[in-house]
Design a protein around this ligand. Structure first.
Ligand SMILES: Cc1cc2nc3c(=O)[nH]c(=O)nc-3n(C[C@H](O)[C@H](O)[C@H](O)COP(=O)(O)O)c2cc1C
Length: 347
């Protein structure tokens, strides 16, 4: 395998290092102790229609993202790629995303930018609403032609840029001086030939930041809030050395799902808002949608089901989550997403 190198803020990192890190991330994301805080959804009560006036046939759960009509507002959140360990998992997720007509975001394409031979690790199988992912740290370093070629080869509809300042600080080989320039981000977004979405990785996005981001030419925001997988905790496990008190302090910084949703919705207007970070039940899915999200993204639970119980159980769980979510949705009396947004707060 030819192993290229990509400069990372003055430091060259080769594909072998990236692959090793990706494998550690997959393993450590499953540890119960890397879950962080609460989503805030516990305190949210959905309206409940004891008559179930909206029948299953009348329920319309469709939503449009990047020009693709999805059957249900769910996205498989950015997880992995770049390691051969990820290939069967990504292929399995692609199959499920296509079958259910939901969206899927691939894990960071950083490894592919080092070595295009790793493209196959992002799995195979066509998905209409497929997205690529890259870290903000790379945006000043990628050549646009290179990025466009990789996006084209992956067959993606758009690109998610992750903001992960705390993760970079804790990560043993991370970019400790993470700082994203608004102008550089604006320049990058304007030059992209696909829709761009911005996401965090577990500490959420608040009102001020969402307003700054909304003034860019972006298509939407994924919250990736406090309450789900904590990347501060994952990196702390990899690196060691930090006290429990420091880890807890950093992993609780930011905004939980309920806080992020409210401020991002206000800032984004009609643009796409994706709720993520700790979505773990069908009830969480419908509650997050009712709070104004256009879609909900799940990451770690999907990998956990796959690793612990296999591809068949993952498929069964997704079937079940969609079916139960539809039932809960109908129980609110809302016939579609717009109506669900309006129903929140009704008795
Ligand atoms: C194994 C794993 C790998 C991840 N890799 C990426 C990544 O490459 N890029 C990214 O933006 N987020 C990545 N994430 C973060 C998720 O997309 C998501 O924002 C976060 O885990 C919160 O969602 P969750 O609570 O459903 O896991 C990863 C998450 C997991 C579990």
């Amino acid at each position: 395998m030819s192993v290229g190198a990509m400069p990372m803020n003055g430091r060259k990192e080769d594909a072998a290092e990236v692959i090793k890190r990706k494998q550690e991330h997959l393993d450590m994301s499953l540890l119960p102790e890397v879950r962080g805080g609460n989503t805030g959804l516990e305190a949210v009560r959905l309206p409940y229609d004891a008559m179930f006036e909206v029948s299953d046939e009348a329920l319309d759960t469709s939503v449009t993202m990047a020009g693709v009509e999805l059957a249900f507002p769910l996205m498989f959140g950015a997880m992995t790629g770049g390691t051969p360990l990820a290939t069967p998992f990504n292929t399995c997720l692609r199959g499920l995303a296509a079958r259910h007509r939901v969206a899927m975001c691939l894990g960071s394409i950083r490894a592919v930018l080092c070595d295009e031979g790793l493209l196959s690790t992002y799995g195979s199988g066509a998905v209409e609403a497929l997205f690529a992912n890259i870290g903000a740290e790379q945006i000043g370093q990628i050549e646009h032609n290179h990025l466009s070629r990789v996006c084209e080869r992956l067959g993606v509809r758009g690109l998610f840029i992750h903001l992960n300042g705390l993760q970079e600080w804790v990560q043993p080989e991370g970019w400790r001086h993470f700082s994203v320039s608004y102008d550089a981000l604006a320049h990058f977004v304007d030059r992209c030939d696909v829709p761009v979405y911005i996401k965090e990785v577990g500490n959420g996005i608040g009102g001020k930041c969402a307003s700054r981001l909304a003034s860019l030419n972006i298509a939407g925001i994924e919250t990736a809030s406090v309450g789900g997988t904590s990347w501060v905790k994952v990196e702390a496990r990899r690196g060691g050395g930090l006290s429990r008190e420091s880890i807890e302090s950093l992993s609780s910084l930011g905004y939980n799902l309920v806080e992020s949703l409210s401020s991002c919705r206000r800032a984004l207007g009609q643009r796409t808002l994706i709720a993520s970070g700790g979505i773990s039940t069908p009830l969480d899915i419908v509650k997050a949608l009712s709070l104004g999200a256009d879609l909900v993204a799940m990451a770690q639970p999907l990998y956990r089901w796959y690793r612990e119980d296999g591809a068949e159980m993952l498929a069964r769980r997704i079937d079940e989550y969609l079916e139960v979510s539809r039932l809960i949705w109908r129980s609110t009396g809302a016939r579609d997403l717009k109506h669900l947004h309006e129903r929140q707060g009704d008795g």
